[in-house]
Ligand binder design. Sequence first.
Ligand SMILES: C[S@@+](CC[C@H](N)C(=O)[O-])C[C@H]1O[C@@H](n2cnc3c(N)ncnc32)[C@H](O)[C@@H]1O
Length: 227
Amino acid sequence: MSSWYDAWADRYAEWSTGVADVPFYVGLAREADGLLVELAVGNGRVAIPVAQATGRRVVGIDSSPAMLEQARVRALEKGVELDLRAADIRELEIEEPAALIYCPGRSLLHLPTWADRRRCFERVAASLRPNGRFAWNAFAFDHHLAAAIDGRHAETPLPHTNHYSISDNRVDISLDDGGTGSLWWATKNEWLGLLDVAGLRLEALYGGFAGEPLDDNSPEYVFLARR
Ligand SMILES: C[S@@+](CC[C@H](N)C(=O)[O-])C[C@H]1O[C@@H](n2cnc3c(N)ncnc32)[C@H](O)[C@@H]1O
C-alpha cells in the first residue's frame, strides 16, 4: 500500500503546523469512555496528544506506511503507545465497538467519490458503540480563497501550487519536489446525507474548533455525530 504521503511523510509535520484542532479532539477523547480510534492517523499529530491526555490506547489507521512510521517514531519519543494499523479507512474493522472515532486534518476529503465516503461512514457506524461519537472536520469550499490561490505558487508551509477542478470538486496540491495529492471538497448537505445513509445522527456542527457557530463565513465544518 503506498500513497502520495509516502513521498513526503518526513515533511508532513512542517505542513501541518498551526492547525488548532488538537484541544477539540482531546476534549472529545476525554469524554469518551471506551476505545478511541483515529481514522487517517498520519504522523500521530493528534493521536499522540490524545493518548497523552487520556492515558488510553488510541488505534490509528492509515494507508501510508511512511506516515505510520513517522507516527511510530514520534510516539516512541513522547513515551506513548499508539496501536497503529496499515489499512484503508473505507475498510475499517476493529475488534471491539469504539466510544469515539475521529478523523482530523480534513482527511475524509481524500476519499474521491460518494461511494468511497458512504462506505467509510457505514464502517464507522458499524464500528461504534450505541451512542458512540464520530467527529471530523473538512474545509467549506470558499470561492474567494479558490480564486486567490488557484494556479498560484506558494512558498509556505512547503513550496507548492494548487490547481482547482471545478467540475470534479477537486483541488490538486503539487509540492515542488514531491508529487501531487488531491482533495475532493464536499458541501454541508453531502456530509449530512452521509450521516443519514449511515444511520448516524448529527449532534453538533460548528464553524470552528472552539465551538463557533457555523455561519455564512465559516471556513471549516467541524462535525460531531452519534450512533
Ligand atoms: C492530512 S493527513 C492527516 C493526518 C492526521 N490525521 C492529522 O490530522 O495530522 C491525511 C492522512 O490520510 C491518509 N489517508 C488518505 N487516504 C486514506 C485512506 N483511504 N485510508 C487510510 N488513510 C488514508 C494519508 O496517508 C495521510 O496520512
